[in-house]
Each structure stands twice: as C-alpha cells, then as structure tokens.
Design a protein around this ligand. Sequence first.
Ligand code: SF4
Ligand code: SF4
Ligand code: SF4
Length: 324
Amino acid sequence: MSFDRRDFFRAALAAGGAGTATLLAAEPEPAKEETAEPNHVGCLVDTTLCIGCRQCESACNTRNKLPKSTINFADRTIFRSERRPSETAFTVVNEFPGSPSPDQGNVKETFVKVQCMHCLTPSCVSACIVGALTKASDGSIVYNPDICLGCRYCQVSCPFEIPAYEFDEPLTPRVRKCEFCTDRQKGIGANPACAASCPTEALVFGKRAELIHLARDRMAKRPDRYTETIYGEKEVGGTSWLYLTGRPYTEVGLLKLQETAPALRTEAIQHGIFKYGFFPIAFYGLLSGIMWFNNRKENPDSGHGPSDSHTSQASAQDGKGGRS
Ligand code: SF4
Ligand code: SF4
Ligand code: SF4
C-alpha cells in the first residue's frame, strides 16, 4: 500500500482530532549504531591528488540532469568562496590555500570535493518520520520524493549540512542530494559519474572495506605525504565516503565530529516525543511557532517568520579547470 503526502496529513489530522493513540501505539525500536556490511560501497577521496579541475562536478551535473550552470565549469574564480552542495549541484570542489601535503610544498593550494557522505548510521534517515530517506543494500542513502512531507527534518539533522531543498519549486519541492548515482545499480555505468570522470584518480570507487585497506596502504608507503587519519572511517559512526589528507583535515574544510552517530541522539529525542504522547509533526509545528514568535520579537518590522539558513546556500555549479 502506498502512503503519500496527502495520506500522511490525513493521518496527522485524524491523530490531532481524535487522539494520538493509534499512531502512537507502535513505539519505534531504539536506534542502533550500524556498521559497514561487506557489500557496502564507498569512495576514497585522496585530496593530495586532486587538481581542482572540477570534472567531477561537471559529470555529476550531467548524470543527474541538473540545471546547466550559468558559470562555465572552467571559471576558476568560483574558488574565491567556499561552497556547499545545493539543490542544483550535488557536489562541489573547494580550494584551500597551502600545499596538499608536505611532499608537495611547491603546490600552492589544496582542493577538496564535498557531497553527501552516505553515513553508516545516517541522521537524515533516522530523522525522516515517513521513510522518504532510506539506506539501500549497498549502503547508499537514497530518497523517495513521492512520500516526502517536505518537513526538512533531514536538513536539520545532517551533521554535514548536505540535504538541500527546492525552495524555488512551488508545487512539488524535493530534497536534493547526492544519491551515489543509484542508476549505476541499473547498469548505467559501474562507477559514480564523478569517480569515473576524475583524471587523476583522486576519486576511487569500490567496496568500503577495500578502500580502507587501500588508504592504509597509501599511508604506509608514503608517510611523508599523508596524515594518520582516514576521515570518515570513524566520524559520526563511519561514512561511505572517506578522505585522505596531507594536512590536518580541519585545515581543508572537513568538520571535526564525534565518533558517535548523532542519529542515535536524535532518535532518542524523537522516541521520547512518541513516548510522551506528542505526534512529531505537532511538535515540529510547536517549535516553528516558537521560532516565528521569537523572530517577530527580535525583528518586529520584518513581517516574516524565521529565516532559513539553507535558502542562502550558494548555488554551486560550474565547470572545470586545472592546476597549472
Ligand atoms: S551526510 Fe547527511 S544527508 Fe548524507 S547520509 Fe549523512 S546525514 Fe544523510
Ligand atoms: S556519486 Fe553521483 S550523485 Fe554523488 S557526487 Fe558523484 S556523480 Fe554526483
Ligand atoms: S575530477 Fe578529480 S581531480 Fe578533478 S576536481 Fe574532481 S576530484 Fe579533483
């Protein structure tokens, strides 16, 4: 039986009017930290090999049929500001001053690709109360727009600030993010488009467990080149995208995060809400009301509710370049 947005709101109204007992009867199971299965895929980003050509961005744009950028992919002025993935660019490459590693001291900048990390214990999946975001059998985190409510819990919950929302789409706005090129499972190319397009093999797609071996191997052979951390091996309980860096990862835009998956904490709160008799959408509405009231108090002339930080996400597309 399908369960769409209209059905959900109908159920929510029923719950509000006639009591929440039915919907609250089944309290969800407590969250468990998940580990990578042997068949889980991943991608290793070796930032010491990335030349900032942005062919990965271009390939992602084409593969996902995203709107064509007004800025050419070869225009390197794009690196002047740090960008985040958006609803029109599922991946972006940022530039940081300084060489990628001690043995590349003659290189003046480090490039780092950003996209959904495909967390092993994904907060977005945990936060989605209707199951619009799910974890596929290979570990990819995928999205079903047909049952999405547009509540944007997933945006709030993501520790990497990845899910973007189509605010400009009035009728059927979707949450957009990298889905790890799920069409590769249907035989449209074995690799994600970004990894297939990378000219320097800075992106290596494969089984996550094998990628961790590959990363350790590179670190052992070139200790002068790499730090001792595989970013994503443990952060937020582990992610399918992994990074090798030649400098401390915090210097190249990667966030310092706890090893515990935040999904475990947010689910505990959400389950508490269920347990004490609040239907989450009512709770979310209450929170929104409080935010709106506070915003009115702080900005009495604005006439608007709370601003949404995600609306200011830089739309982040464009083309390719190349380190000279
Ligand atoms: S990075 Fe964010 S959007 Fe991607 S799987 Fe993790 S929690 Fe979900
Ligand atoms: S895996 Fe696919 S959707 Fe994700 S960043 Fe790469 S090309 Fe884009
Ligand atoms: S295609 Fe490869 S080298 Fe070029 S920007 Fe992307 S990750 Fe870096």
